[in-house]
Design a protein around this ligand. Structure first.
Ligand SMILES: *[C@@H]1O[C@H](CO)[C@@H](O)[C@H](O)[C@H]1NC(C)=O
Ligand SMILES: *[C@@H]1O[C@H](CO)[C@@H](O)[C@H](O)[C@H]1NC(C)=O
Ligand SMILES: *[C@@H]1O[C@H](CO)[C@@H](O)[C@H](O)[C@H]1NC(C)=O
Ligand SMILES: [Zn+2]
Ligand SMILES: [Zn+2]
Length: 510
């Protein structure tokens, strides 16, 4: 929807439309300048990239303006409480509940690790085929980009991750993992099922995936004159590989997952929230995460001259503890943790030539995260020097092990909250605390406004109380239909409430 206008007649027509839009929405238009000018009051301010910008809206032709009669179309979709109810009703139809559980169980039985999600991907594509939903495949090896709606902007995306963990399932049940040493212990099987479930709901409501048309003008460019409304709006469903390892998100983005997309949402199961309770928060939600590995060497081979790498490493480990405890703001949670130390030798009477150690760091803001990276390196190198040693610090920057913090965009968070409250009721929505975990969804959030939210799977009767990555992890499947409905409501409502500035591109495609 980026717009390049070729002067002349187009420009004239555009200015007519702009002037017209401005006139009929004057009451709600925000204060504007000549150069940046948005026409409609909206819960979403148009992302500037997509917003139509006028260089000169004073050049409109009043006569022509009058000849174009605005029509407030009856086809306009306006989000209402009934939409939530209808979405939930579809999600909870017994046949749909049975189906969504069966999809989840099929994937649970056959867990596949990062970038090996071939059969999982095939299960998804088969379901999409049956729903007559088109998709692009493969992205990032096993990933899928499916599409429901008009195929025209605005595009809103929902993402699910597909990979399992190298863990042996310890839960004895009918649909236990059939792959030894592999398990869906992070609920990504449920994430896939809920997104496929959302695809079914959205497909059934495809004619609702339209922007709300506060302004309907006759189309002055098209041969057939007609209202412009109802021609916009697409939901992109992203099935992503390799969240747990390998950074599938980054590769999905590289391969075009976010093409045209202006906002993105994702959901994760939570064992801290009761079944089907939805939770999220504005701002920092999950930590930025990185790892480091250090090699400390005595300066030369001569044991009488060189430093002692054991002493240097010990001093460095102790000093690292001071970064978080003494340098950082106590209200801005951070972690630096050394998790291994190894001199590689067990001689009792000589000091070793080299010592290795390493660990992990976490922080909730980009600034704190990058400051930690810097200070960890400085402290280790300086301490090595004190003890006549040299040190190298590797943050694996090239092997995709650094995740930025997940910071929810405030507008997108509010959209999730409003959608969830309408869907499950105010008592079933919780504002949650940030967690030290990390998620590669944060890579999407660096590109476009994003919100990440949770759906509860905790049920004490059932025993689904274990944390993700535990071999005893399990979920209450009754959360699945609600999760599917939440995805669908968030996407549909986003489009319904996203009033659009009439674009040249939209007109051209008419
Ligand atoms: C805007 O349009 C008016 C009226 O046609 C014209 O006089 C003026 O020079 C234009 N300004 C710019 C910046 O193009
Ligand atoms: C995070 O900080 C680093 C270093 O200051 C900077 O290069 C990067 O662009 C920042 N990322 C975001 C999303 O602000
Ligand atoms: C927990 O699971 C049990 C058994 O399936 C079910 O009867 C009960 O309704 C569930 N509780 C909640 C809060 O969903
Ligand atoms: Zn996980
Ligand atoms: Zn996960």
């Amino acid at each position: 929807m980026t717009i390049l206008v070729k002067k002349s007649s187009f420009l004239q027509i555009i200015s007519i439309i702009l002037a017209l839009s401005f006139t009929i929405t004057a009451k709600t238009a925000r204060k504007s300048t000549d150069h940046d000018f948005s026409y409609f009051e909206s819960p979403f301010e148009s992302p500037s990239k997509h917003a139509f910008k006028s260089r000169n809206h004073s050049s409109s032709n009043l006569e022509q303006k009058k000849s174009l009669v605005p029509i407030f179309g009856t086809e306009c979709r306006v989000w209402s409480r009934e939409c939530s109810e209808e979405i939930l009703r579809i999600a909870k139809k017994p046949e749909n509940v049975k189906w969504i559980k069966s999809v989840r169980r099929k994937i649970h039985e056959n867990p596949e690790l990062a970038f090996e999600e071939h059969e999982t991907s095939e299960v998804i594509r088969k379901e999409l085929d049956e729903l007559e939903i088109s998709y692009r495949f493969p992205l990032a090896k096993t990933g899928i980009r499916a599409m429901v709606g008009t195929g025209k902007p605005p595009f809103v995306a929902i993402r699910a991750d597909m990979d399992a963990l190298p863990i042996q399932e310890a839960v004895e049940w009918e649909h236990k993992s059939k792959n030894a040493g592999k398990m869906h212990a992070c609920g990504h099987d449920a994430h896939v099922a809920m997104l496929v479930g959302a695809a079914r709901i959205l497909k059934a409501r495809e004619n609702h995936l339209k922007i709300k048309c506060s302004t309907v003008v006759e189309n002055p460019i098209s041969e057939r004159q007609g209202p412009l409304s109802g021609q916009f709006g697409t939901v992109i469903l992203l099935f992503q590989p390799a969240e747990e390892a390998g950074n599938g998100a980054k590769r999905m983005i590289k391969e075009g997952a976010l093409e045209d997309v202006e906002a993105i949402f994702a959901m994760h199961i939570s064992h801290l929230l009761p079944t089907a309770v939805i939770g999220s928060r504005s701002g920092p939600l999950l930590a930025g995460c990185g790892f480091f590995k250090v090699v400390i060497m005595g300066l030369d081979g001569n044991p009488h001259h060189s430093g002692d790498p054991i002493l240097a490493a010990s001093a460095a480990v102790i000093s690292l503890q001071g970064i978080v405890s003494r340098e950082s703001n106590p209200l801005d949670s951070q972690v630096v943790s050394v998790t291994f130390l190894n001199s590689g030798e067990d001689d009792l009477d000589v000091k070793p030539k080299r010592v290795e150690f390493g660990g992990t760091l976490r922080a909730f803001s980009n600034t704190s995260f990058h400051l930690l990276l810097k200070r960890i390196e400085e402290v280790i190198i300086a301490q090595a020097k004190v003890y006549k040693c040299s040190a190298t610090v590797d943050f694996f920057k090239n092997s995709d092990t650094i995740y930025p913090p997940m910071i929810n965009d405030d507008r997108m968070y509010r959209h999730v909250r409003n959608s969830a409250v309408d869907l499950v009721g105010p008592t079933n929505f919780r504002v949650v605390q940030p967690l030290m975990g990390a998620e590669d969804f944060s890579f999407y959030s660096e590109v476009i406004p994003a919100a990440f939210f949770y759906i509860g799977i905790k049920n004490e009767t059932l025993g689904s109380v274990h944390s993700p990555h535990s071999p005893r992890f399990m979920i209450d499947e009754n959360a699945l239909p609600v999760g599917a409905a939440a995805h669908a409501a968030i996407a549909e409502r986003y489009l319904n409430e996203r009033e659009i500035n009439i674009s040249i591109d939209g007109l051209r495609r008419e």
